[in-house]
Write a protein that binds this ligand. Structure first.
Ligand SMILES: [Zn+2]
Length: 434
């Protein structure tokens, strides 16, 4: 691959200042080689960033990408009823082909809205990895283990599968795939299995990603059974640490926030999902003040209902202020940092920054839209006004994956058609069985 120059635009730097610069990408390494004065460097291939803002590719820190197939299938119910009555019966019918079709759809949607990396929890993960490889994006993947409702043999096999998948797929897609061990949550995986398998994950040096403290219903049973808060229970199981991030972290008390900070455990904040399922408001300002690394996730498309990280950034700022009852809480700089550096740090990628030496994972936002005029403060625009549809180009690992709004790595119309067919057949099977 030849060197690439992203030229003629303004650039968001790691300190969140904006300057006019050209970004030189090393075609060999896929890293940013230089952020240079405009017009001072050259490359065989150019990407036009004029009237645009070059930003780090956004990081979706928590999703279930194949759930795009269930977008709009069931809405307006609380988490437990939604899962049990609608989502789980359909998920039980999902085939590997369905998951690949749904993953491709979700990845196309993310590329089109400037997301270059995502952290996923699901199953048939090899097929998701295939989609990631073809699409040219970056992902942290894993098989999500659930033991409730299973006999001992099936429960242990599911946990073992999560370990095996994490070991096997790490480094796939030319190193663009990393992995995590994934107990679904502290209430859906039994204590005996956590006691058996978490040490194995630690021994294999695997990162860990699980759902925690999403609703009150995830807190109360732990307190009743173990006499401690969920994250204290998680700490006792050796689940917390610098290689761990939890999804949601909505209902966390002060001691739990300190525990997250002290152990270096990160949080993938999912504001739209938390609002839609009325799960509650994560104390993001308090988490950040305590020094917890916070990223931003969309969660699955069925509880959002899109994978546009710009929507999520705006929601994070809004709900962060409401939760803190303070309009100065979770400001624009905070949410922009969370969806770039914060997410990259959680996922363990050397990205989220437009700086020499970082992964060349980039998005170019077109600034010519009426809703981005005037341009007093581009960081404010990124937080509050930019939409996914404003992204003109997307680059991952030095490769252009979308140019002038055309996705180059996947055939978008074929992906949409295939996903629609799979979604229709899937729901037909699930409802036929009911
Ligand atoms: Zn989730």
């Amino acid at each position: 691959m030849s060197d690439l120059l992203v030229a003629g635009g303004q650039v968001l730097r790691p300190d969140l200042t904006v300057e006019r610069a050209d970004v030189l990408v090393d075609g060999e390494t896929g890293d940013i080689a230089d952020v240079a004065e405009p017009g001072t460097v050259d490359a065989p291939e150019t990407l036009d960033a004029s009237d645009g803002l070059v930003i780090p590719g956004l990081v979706n820190a928590h999703t279930h990408v194949a759930m795009t197939l269930l977008r709009g299938y069931a809405d307006d119910k609380p988490l437990d009823a939604w899962l049990q009555e609608d989502i789980w019966p359909v998920e039980a019918e999902l085939t590997a082909d369905d998951i690949e079709a749904g993953a491709e759809l979700g990845i196309v949607e993310m590329i089109r809205s400037g997301t270059t990396a995502f952290s996923d929890m699901y199953f048939h993960v090899d097929r998701i990895a295939d989609a990631v490889e073809r699409a040219g994006v970056r992902a942290v993947l894993g098989h999500t283990a659930v033991t409730v409702g299973k006999d001992d043999e099936a429960a242990r096999a599911d946990c073992q599968r999560s370990l095996d998948v994490a070991n096997e797929l790490d480094g796939a897609a030319d190193g663009r795939v990393a992995t995590t061990f994934q107990p679904h949550s502290l209430t859906t995986v039994g204590e005996e299995y956590l006691r058996e398998f978490v040490p194995k994950a630690r021994e294999a040096d695997l990162s860990i990603h699980f759902h925690a403290n999403e609703t009150e219903n995830e807190v109360d049973p732990i307190v009743d059974e173990h006499g401690v808060r969920p994250l204290e229970y998680a700490d006792d199981l050796d689940l917390l640490g610098e290689d761990t991030y939890v999804a949601h972290g909505v209902h966390v008390d002060e001691a739990e926030i300190d525990l997250l900070a002290d152990t270096g455990t990160g949080v993938a904040h999912c504001p739209a999902s938390n609002m839609k399922l009325a799960s509650g408001m994560a104390p993001v300002q308090a988490l950040r003040e305590a020094g917890v690394t916070v990223g931003i996730g969309t969660d699955g498309a069925a509880s959002n209902n899109d994978l546009d990280a710009f929507d999520e950034v705006r929601d994070a700022a809004m709900i962060g202020k409401l939760a803190a009852e303070d309009a100065s809480a979770v400001p624009a700089e905070a949410v922009v940092e969370m969806v770039t550096r914060g997410g990259a740090d959680l996922l363990g990628f050397d990205g989220g920054r437009v700086a020499a030496g970082s992964n060349a994972d980039l998005a170019v936002v077109d600034l010519t839209a009426p809703h981005l005029t005037p341009a007093h403060d581009l960081v404010s625009h990124l937080a509050y006004a930019v939409r996914g549809g404003d992204v003109r180009h997307t680059v991952c690992d030095g490769e252009v994956v979308m140019r002038d709004r055309e996705v180059l790595t996947l055939d978008e119309s074929a992906v949409r058609e295939r996903a629609s067919e799979h979604a229709r057949d899937l729901v037909g099977r699930a409802e036929g069985d009911a």
